[in-house]
Design a protein around this ligand. Structure first.
Ligand SMILES: [Zn+2]
Length: 376
């Protein structure tokens, strides 16, 4: 079994994945054709340029333009259902056992759907994926920074109506530079009062103070990205002390130019200094990435050991908003897999074959790479 298959087989949770950034390209084309959405070309490779970063991305503005087509194709119940179910199938192929999907529901009412129909289309796909793909999921509803606080309050009230029915949290996303967290205080005070979990995009675009503001003013118990925490020692100290998790998405940060190159991403430094970091994709299609690739990048570019990758997987499960039972079962499975993975006989990588069969993999013992990683 090669290293990629080991990473795939680790029972994982993903906490930060935008539905509209993670549609299959072929599906975008098919829905555009079906719904007669005006597209510049019906050649898939050509069309991909409009929703995938190919090569260098020049700006956050260019990055955000990649969502135009995905949002256009997510305006009918059956299409929202389809793209969500496909995303969950893709995630299950990464060995993800629990995922938190997020989106801004009001982006999907332009075609005449009621916002409740939008949310319920996603929730019913999530339910179907449990038995179809053996993946559990929770939904996070995003309020948008550039919108008014009253719109954010609507999102919070919507989330409250679906608490315990699949919605697990609320988020604040969008343009962080021009719209600081405090503008949405009233909405997140309400979310806190309702007992909703809160995660906030913060410290993604250079403004480290947004991290502590999101925690102290908006009651965030997790931070989306937090990549710029290093700019402020108080923020680092606070994160180390409180263990508030960061939902880190390295490839996305490279694409948005939050970091100049992958090897300069601070995720490993944060892990080493005791910050509770987790690994996520953010936008699978826009960044052309999946969670296994993200782990492989950490190993190949940032020199993560396998033990450190297990730590990230554990952090992800523990930091999730999953029900207690799912969390406990996943942690048990992860620990079992970790212990089995560290057993060697005659220099061969040894794993429990039954566990591998469960994950649909054929074991091919070959431990050299894994051994090298453990010995670092
Ligand atoms: Zn995000």
């Amino acid at each position: 079994m090669d290293l990629r298959e080991i990473i795939k087989s680790i029972p994982k949770a993903e906490l930060h994945c935008h539905i509209d950034g993670s549609l299959r390209p072929k599906t975008i084309l098919e829905i555009c054709l079906k719904n007669k959405i005006d597209i510049p070309t019906s050649n898939l490779e050509e069309l991909k340029k409009h929703f995938e970063i190919i090569g260098e991305c020049d700006s956050l503005k260019e990055y955000l333009e990649k969502f135009d087509y995905p949002i256009m194709v997510m305006q009918k119940k059956e299409d929202i259902y389809r793209v969500t179910l496909e995303l969950l199938e893709d995630a299950s192929k990464d060995g993800i056992r629990y995922i938190e999907l997020r989106f801004a529901p009001y982006f999907h009412t332009a075609g005449g759907l009621k916002v409740e129909e939008v949310v319920e289309s996603v929730l019913s796909a999530m339910k179907a994926a449990e038995s179809k793909y053996n993946i559990y999921s929770g939904l996070i509803l995003c309020a948008m920074r550039h919108e008014s606080v009253s719109k954010s309050i609507e999102v919070v009230n919507l989330a409250k109506n679906y608490m315990n029915k699949g919605v697990v949290a609320v988020d604040l996303a969008g343009n962080e530079s021009d719209f600081p967290p405090e503008l949405h205080k009233e909405a997140f005070d309400l979310a806190h009062k309702y007992g909703l979990n809160i995660t906030i995009h913060a410290g993604e675009t250079g403004i480290s103070e947004n991290i502590l503001k999101s925690i102290n003013i908006l009651h965030a118990s997790r931070i989306g990205h937090g990549v710029f925490a290093y700019k402020d020692q108080n923020t680092l100290d606070y994160l180390i002390k409180t263990k508030i998790p960061l939902e880190m998405c390295p490839k996305s940060n490279v694409d948005t130019k939050a970091v100049t190159e992958y090897k300069k991403h601070p995720i490993k430094d944060y892990l080493k200094m005791g910050i509770n970091v987790t690994l996520n994709t953010d936008d699978r299609t826009v960044s052309n990435i999946n969670l296994v690739d993200e782990y492989m990048n950490l190993i190949n570019i940032l020199d993560f050991s396998l033990e450190e990758t297990f730590q990230l997987a554990k952090n992800g499960i523990e930091a999730s908003f999953a029900p207690k039972e799912i969390k406990e079962n996943l942690l048990k499975e992860l620990e079992k897999f970790r212990v089995q993975s560290t057993k060697y006989s005659e220099g061969q990588f040894s794993v429990n074959t039954e566990n591998l069969k469960l994950n649909g993999l054929t074991p091919k013992p070959s431990g050299a790479v894994a051994l090298r990683l453990f010995n670092r």
